[in-house]
Design a protein around this ligand. Sequence first.
Ligand code: IMP
Length: 185
Amino acid sequence: MAASARPYVIDEMISAKAIAARVEALAREIDATFAGTQKLVVVGLLRGSFIFIADLVREIGLPVEVDFLEASSYGDATVSSREVRILKDLRGEIAGRDVLVVEDIVDTGFTLSHVIRLLESRAPRRLEVCALLDKPARREVEVRATWTGFTIPDEFVVGYGIDYGQRDRNLPHIGKVRFTDGGAA
Ligand code: IMP
């Protein structure tokens, strides 16, 4: 049985309003850090960051270019795999450029550390990371985002672009998955 075939409900954890306020505040810090840049290359990690990056770039006041990278991580289960593969690479060059990597969740840290290593090897002028959510309790590899939207407990979350077995990405808020069949996550 696919994991997402288990019955569950979603309990709201972070409201759409709280997310919007935080996104605006993050954008102000990003604007200040990259002030004077000719163009900021905003790299969204697919697919979970697609709503976050859409909102974030509309709050950023600097000239931006948007690119995407897709790394495999979870598959369709709730257990993170250690092997990170690049499924879709950037379209543009980042050598000598200012880069902001936008991630949905930092969980074990494997995905982000792999992506940072890869992008750093292309010699950007500056590379910073903005993650919407951080689950420090699950960290296995030391990696730190420059900015984090919210630090959350060890719960499986969905919404605002984040999925459970490709479902629930379109929820406007972030909610935690609670199984109703009595089993653990
Ligand atoms: P990491 O490599 O373990 O840090 O995994 C990061 C990726 O796992 C994120 O970009 C998400 O796609 C996924 N992930 C981690 N936690 C959750 C969660 O609570 N809900 C949905 N996806 C998650």
